[in-house]
Design a protein around this ligand. Structure first.
Ligand code: NYM
Length: 212
């Protein structure tokens, strides 16, 4: 009997919403309950393309805006065969950022339409669940200073938040908004409930294609 596929679960949100902490906690909780699960993150800075992106984010290099957008997308596409293989093996993937960050961040730059920004990621494996960790700019500010990487300013993050709100209007994607202002444990509980639901559903339906 073919094994049931794993679920593709994505966490999105503006910087400092707690995505990375929550991804780790979710993977650990799933593994502990006997469900195979692995963490992934985008950009994946370990590949050749990922290293170009990383240098750009760290302001060690300059890249033209369209070019870096396409590199972020290529970085997802290069991992697709690995992702599909793992999902087919029954492994649930918990992904820290995906195509939604790609579209939201680039379209927050002047001269970029959301439509253009979504195009290169059309057809990627479609997440079974996308949780948006919602945190107001005021609450985010209480969590301390922004980092030093590119995009880490209040004005830019506000623009990104607005683009995420547009993306969340798309009902072809299973969006769940999570109140990230709650305690780490409470957020973890909310995320776990939604994830278990998605994992159960994914077992019976084929993996979809994003934005098609
Ligand atoms: N980012 C991330 C993009 O601009 N486009 C993308 O496609 C993705 C996946 O990279 N500020 C931005 C969002 C973040 C930065 O992410 C690096 P992280 O999670 O801090 O490594």
């Amino acid at each position: 009997m073919a094994c049931q596929r794993g679920a593709l679960i994505v966490l999105e949100g503006v910087d400092r919403a707690g995505k990375t902490t929550q991804c780790k906690m979710l993977v650990q909780a799933l593994q502990k309950s006997g469900r195979p699960a692995e963490a992934m993150r985008f950009p994946d800075r370990t590949t050749t393309i990922g290293q170009l992106i990383s240098a750009y984010l760290e302001k060690k290099s300059e890249l033209e805006d369209h070019t870096v957008h396409l590199l972020f997308s290529a970085n997802r596409w290069e991992l697709v065969p690995t992702m599909k293989k793992k999902l087919e093996q029954g492994i649930t993937l918990v992904v820290d950022r995906y195509a939604f960050s790609g579209a939201a961040f680039t379209s927050a730059k002047p001269g970029f339409s959301l439509e253009w920004c979504m195009k290169p990621d059309v057809g990627l494996p479609k997440p079974d669940l996308v949780m948006f960790l919602q945190l107001s700019p005021a609450e985010a500010a209480l969590r301390g200073q922004f980092g030093v990487e590119r995009y880490e300013t209040r004005v830019f993050q506000n623009a990104v938040q607005q683009k995420f709100e547009l993306l969340m209007k798309d009902s072809s994607v299973n969006w769940q908004v999570i109140d990230a202002s709650k305690s780490v444990e409470e957020v973890h509980r909310d995320i776990t409930v939604h994830s278990l639901n998605a994992i159960n559903k994914a077992e019976d339906i084929p993996l979809g294609q994003l934005w098609t």
